[in-house]
Design a protein around this ligand. Structure first.
Ligand SMILES: Nc1nc2c(c(=O)[nH]1)N[C@H]1C(S)=C(S)[C@@H](COP(=O)(O)OP(=O)(O)OC[C@H]3O[C@@H](n4cnc5c(N)ncnc54)[C@H](O)[C@@H]3O)O[C@H]1N2
Ligand code: MOO
Length: 518
């Protein structure tokens, strides 16, 4: 069922006074079971130890699909082995990186990574880990960006009275017309929008001046536009084209009747929803609030000002992740820079009362990757660690249970440190989790036609930055260059991520695309 059909159905149900049926239960997934820390293995994060040489490059090259997606851009199998794949002429190292799948034999993978959830399972797992936050009532002025917790029902008819749609004359009968008279015999003053006094009864053959938005007097058969009316002397009016009955009158209840369902629960409160709610008589709305999110940026190598120097780089995730989360519907309370300080990480996680803590970096098992041991030390429930997706496979989802000082559960989303891997973690784990916490339904998955071949990982899904192109009715997307996991140029110009199945996708093939909300 399309989104539009669902909305129609939901509104029809709301109008019928019946409750919306509960959505079908999500399929039970084995991954929603918590991972026992005792069964958790570094293997999940190190899917292919053999493929990493100690200088960080890929292992032996080879033919066919099977290259890594997770190594540094520029190190394609073809470049490293001195081969080029006939029919492929990468334009630059970054494009070559994008074409990773051209080199390397199928690799042995760690058992734990093979057992890691697929990308789709990880999305489902994140969505089924949470339930909507408790609703709250907010004044209209504070409700933007939250989600309707209950159907928006009209508190009044709209329009609330028969309304003139034009500036001109309220007329009764086919015309010509006499101008309505005041008690003193002069022309009666016209009716303005917002006039508090009841408009006078119009007799057959009478006309009275009226403004757009004014209440139409009883007895009016039509509104004659000012530009179509011709005065005959001081007291009469005629027209060359007599209006049909009802012309330019907006009848009471034309848009809705009091009690009609206007929008279903789960609707995001946009500026237009605020306008509709105000028109329909609301001063406040019952909403599911935006989930409160705290961002913790990990890594001693990060500089926050100036040029990269002395082996250190600028923090690219601190400036991005908060705004990305805001665009995904979160209320970001703070972005904190913690370095690689295990004690500070533990203290922040233990003290946080946010609905979600999003960390960047430190998801793997390097010497200063403190996230896993810290979560373990805090007795967090581990829901996902390792997903069969490239980039971003070390992403993590955990939950810290309620305590005396923590009124609700806090979810922890661990984004890998490479920027594109972090985006992958955001769309895979953070976005579905935030949607469910915010009381929003699953988005409609759209497909688009690939404008070029995208090589695949042998077993994992790839998320590939793409840009929509052309004006055709069919959505068509072009894979972007500079899309290596550690790169930002492709991400900065993409408007969606293509979900490329294991094995890759050919030009002209339709693949699901995740539209990005920025
Ligand atoms: N032995 C293995 N090592 C790694 C594997 C593996 O399978 N075996 N996977 C690699 C992949 S893929 C990724 S992704 C990273 C994930 O590691 P972490 O999440 O622990 O991230 P870090 O090690 O902290 O950083 C990775 C990379 O990203 C840079 N980074 C981190 N934070 C930022 C930031 N805020 N702004 C810009 N860049 C950032 C960091 O300097 C590193 O270069 O693990 C690989 N290793
Ligand atoms: O390539 Mo890593 O998978 O950047 O996440």
């Amino acid at each position: 069922m399309s989104g539009a059909d669902e909305l129609d159905e939901a509104i029809a149900l709301a109008n019928s006074g019946r409750a919306r049926p509960a959505p079908p239960p999500a399929p039970r997934l084995k991954r929603i079971r918590r991972i026992q820390w005792s069964e958790h293995s570094e293997d999940a994060m190190h899917p292919d130890p053999a493929a990493h040489t100690d200088d960080g490059r890929e292992g032996a090259g080879g033919t066919g699909h099977g290259g890594r997606e997770d190594d540094d851009a520029g190190n394609t199998g073809a470049e490293r082995t001195g081969r080029t794949d006939p029919g492929r002429h990468p334009r630059d190292p970054a494009e070559a990186a994008h074409e990773h799948g051209t080199g390397g034999p199928p690799r042995q993978e760690g058992r734990a990574h093979r057992n890691a959830p697929s990308w789709y399972e990880a999305v489902e797992c994140a969505a089924s880990a949470a339930t909507a936050l408790p609703p709250t009532t907010l004044p209209l002025s504070d409700a933007l960006g939250h989600t309707l917790a209950v159907p928006l029902r009209a508190l009044t008819d709209l329009p609330p009275f028969d309304t003139s749609a034009m500036d001109g004359w309220a007329v009764s009968g086919p015309g010509p017309w006499e101008l309505a008279r005041a008690a003193d015999g002069g022309e009666r003053p016209g009716i303005l929008a917002g006039d508090r006094s009841e408009p006078p009864q119009l007799a057959d053959g009478e006309a009275i001046r009226i403004a757009t938005g004014a209440r139409v007097p009883p007895g009016t058969s039509a509104v004659l536009r000012r530009e179509a009316a011709e005065r005959i002397g001081a007291v009469r009016l005629r027209t060359a084209a007599p209006p049909q009955p009802g012309t330019d009158i907006r009848p009471r209840g034309q848009e809705c009747r009091e009690g009609d369902g206007l929008l279903p629960p789960g609707t995001a409160v946009t500026p237009a929803v605020l306008g509709l709610a105000a028109a329909a008589g609301y001063d406040e709305l019952e909403v599911v609030p935006r989930p409160r999110v705290e961002v913790l940026v990990l890594g001693d190598e990060l500089l926050h000002r100036g040029l990269p120097r002395d082996g250190r780089i600028r923090d690219a995730l601190g400036p991005m992740v908060g705004p990305w989360l805001t665009a995904l519907g979160a209320e970001v309370s703070a972005t904190r820079l913690l370095g690689d300080d295990a004690g500070a990480l533990r203290a922040r996680l233990a003290a946080s009362t946010a609905d979600v803590v999003v960390t960047t970096g430190g998801t793997a098992s390097g010497p200063v990757d403190h996230l896993q041991p810290t979560l373990r030390g805090l007795d967090a429930g581990l829901l996902v660690h390792g997903v069969r997706v490239r980039p971003g496979h070390p992403m993590l989802l955990a939950v810290l249970e309620r305590t005396q000082s923590r009124p609700r559960r806090t979810f922890v989303v661990g984004l890998p440190g490479n920027p594109l891997a972090a985006l992958s973690g955001l769309v895979t784990l953070a976005a579905p989790l935030l949607r469910v916490l915010a009381g929003r339904p699953a988005p409609e998955v759209r497909k688009a036609t690939l404008g070029a071949e995208v090589s695949g990982h042998p077993r994992d899904t790839r998320l590939v930055p793409v840009r929509h192109e052309g004006w055709g009715v069919r959505a068509r997307v072009r894979p972007l260059r500079y899309a290596g996991p550690a790169m930002l140029r492709g991400v900065a110009s993409c408007d969606a991520l293509a979900v490329v199945p294991p094995g890759g996708a050919a030009p002209g093939e339709d693949v699901p695309v995740l539209e990005l909300p920025w």
